[in-house]
Design a protein around this ligand. Structure first.
Ligand code: IPE
Ligand code: MG
Length: 249
């Protein structure tokens, strides 16, 4: 039988958008939507693990989301804390490696400790890598990468001439993993919104017309179908790719 999993994306990055509008449609407070968003995340994590996806990155809170009312921000962080507490055992049991990416400088100590405990517990797991982006921004990531790179140049570990895209990638969040092949943003918005800037260079972009709380296993399967129907060219011509017999290179 044909191995269709070979054509699945290795890394899927998702902006979990539309919680507030989903709640508004139902005449509920925005926080209701965020809670439903956690349930959707749980479904998608399971679906990704079952589809043998290597990396799933979920954008939960951006560097810019601090501009929201304090009450909403506090609520999102408390949901995040509770989700980590409640889910860590099951994630670990399912061999999932959890990584939290973004700046931790504004987090309180209990949250930092919770993140560290979760990452330490799951560090050696060999299944799905689940990266959750919290207080993350693609521009922040690139600046942090540049800072480390400059340090390595100052210490003599690196010469300016050594800088190449493949090398710089390693200075970014998830630099040890494949870049996203598939970017998903539900809710009708068609923007990257400062998620992975560098890492999305060759990603297929998919914008399903549902709010994140309605994004379920069926929507996930549709996203995989979208991806497998694309012919990825990476700068080659269509003819070159067809001749390779692979469908994509
Ligand atoms: C996404 O849903 C969750 C976060 C950014 C924390 P939104 O809260 O952005 O929902 P909308 O876009 O207002 O519907
Ligand atoms: Mg939004």
């Amino acid at each position: 039988m044909e191995d269709i999993s070979a054509k699945n994306p290795r890394h899927i990055a998702i902006v979990m958008d539309g919680n507030g509008r989903w709640a508004k449609d139902k005449k509920k407070p925005r926080v209701w939507g965020h809670k439903a968003g956690v349930t959707a995340a749980r479904k998608v994590i399971r679906a990704a693990a079952e589809a043998n996806i290597e990396v799933l990155s979920l954008f939960g809170f951006s560097s810019e989301n601090w501009r929201r009312p304090k009450k909403e921000v506090d609520h999102i962080f408390s949901l995040f804390f509770d989700a980590l507490s409640n889910e860590v055992e099951e994630l670990h049991h399912n061999n999932i490696q959890v990584r939290i990416i973004g700046s931790r400088s504004r987090f309180d100590l209990p949250l930092i400790e919770k993140i560290e405990a979760t990452e330490n517990l799951t560090r050696k797991n060999t299944g799905l890598v689940l990266a959750i982006a919290i207080d993350y921004g693609g521009q922040w990531d690139i600046c942090e990468g540049i800072k480390s790179l400059v340090e390595d140049i100052h210490s003599g570990k690196l010469a300016a001439d050594d800088i190449k895209p493949t090398l710089f990638s390693h200075y970014l969040s998830l630099g040890d993993l494949p870049d996203p092949d598939l970017f998903i943003r539900p809710s009708g918005e068609q923007r990257i919104s400062n998620f992975f800037i560098w890492q999305l260079a060759y990603a297929e972009l998919y914008f399903p017309n549902v709010y994140w709380p309605d994004f379920n296993e069926k929507e996930f399967a549709k996203a995989l179908d979208f991806f497998t129907s694309r012919q990825r060219r990476f700068g080659f011509t269509g003819e070159q790719i067809s001749k390779s017999g692979e469908g994509y290179a």
